[in-house]
Design a protein around this ligand. Structure first.
Ligand code: ASP
Length: 300
């Protein structure tokens, strides 16, 4: 079943930003769905949905991302195709508006999977992925937030997680050819150590896709999710337990709590394109559409 599910982060999303989140995920879903419904590929739908959220300014991805401890935005992203096991990822880049597109280029045009920092930016410059000024990624909202926590004794992004970070974005698509693709993109956690890399660009942690089972994109406290390899853990659980995407999503979020005392949210499609969503944060922004639905479901 042709199907698309996207998320715009899981955290304590404030009331005054609910509309922006709703509109942001809806716009991104519409962009991806227009491609998929017209017979487009899962990978194009994932890339375009995520690009919409990276330029929106509402999310912790692309423009509007959290600042690191030096006051710069540093971005991570990954993408994976479920039919070929091909994947690409990028981490700690400072001058890329659309790291998901760079991740795709790395997947399609290199023998590597993950490029970081300066090397990743050099690859982008030489391969037609536009560079931007770091300042274009910084919004007044995020600078003010960063000013309010920088230098605060004892501030740790993980402790603040249920209130602060979140807004990572992701998408899972199932196309007419039966291919599943997953992508995830983030600015990481607030005031993170420069060079810190979270779960989002790590295959198996932030993203995983396997046509015979399904696809997963995660958001939440990255250090916790890396420890339990959350996306692949959900895929393996789904394969062994009847391919129920909702049960598998809930299981993954339960494990995150139980094993590492972590919080977050996940979106899942199974091999038939059926969706699952689970989160342990106060709110999660997500949207989904498939061939059986007449209207998209949008929730924050
Ligand atoms: N998982 C991301 C990270 O730790 C943050 C998030 O999902 O909001 O980098």
């Amino acid at each position: 079943m042709v199907s698309l599910i996207i998320h715009g982060g899981a955290w304590n999303i404030p009331d005054e930003t609910l509309d922006a989140h709703r509109q942001g995920v809806r716009k991104a879903l519409d962009r991806g769905w227009a491609l998929l419904a017209g017979g487009g590929s899962a990978i194009d739908a994932v890339e375009q949905s995520i690009c919409a959220m990276e330029s929106d300014g509402t999310f912790d991805a692309g423009k509007g991302s959290h600042l690191n401890a030096d006051g710069f935005v540093e971005l991570d992203a990954s993408i994976m195709e479920g039919h070929s096991y091909r994947c690409g990822a990028v981490a700690a880049v400072r001058r890329i508006m659309h790291p998901v597109s760079l991740a795709r280029k790395i997947m399609e045009e290199t023998e590597h999977i993950l490029l970081v920092g300066e090397g990743a930016e050099r690859f982008a410059a030489n391969n037609g992925v536009p560079l931007c000024e770091g300042s274009e990624l910084v919004t007044g909202r995020e600078r003010a937030l960063w000013e309010s926590v920088r230098g605060k004794a004892g501030f740790q992004s993980s402790h603040a997680f249920s209130k602060r970070p979140g807004d990572t974005v992701g998408a899972v698509a199932f196309d007419r050819s039966g291919n599943i693709c997953v992508g995830t993109s983030t600015g990481g956690t607030l005031n993170k150590f420069p060079g810190r890399v979270g779960d989002s660009p790590l295959i198996g942690c932030g993203s995983y896709a396997e046509n015979a089972i399904g696809g997963v994109s995660t958001t939440g406290w990255g250090e916790g999710m890396i420890r339990i390899v959350l996306a692949k853990t959900i895929i393996d659980h789904m394969a062994a337990n009847g391919n129920d995407p909702q049960e598998a999503a809930a299981h993954g979020i339960g494990l995150l709590r139980e094993k590492v005392d972590g919080r977050g949210g996940v979106i899942v499609l199974n091999r038939e394109g059926r969706p699952g969503v689970a989160f342990s944060t106060p709110r999660m922004a997500f949207a989904l559409m498939n061939e059986e639905m007449t209207e998209p479901r949008v929730e924050v």
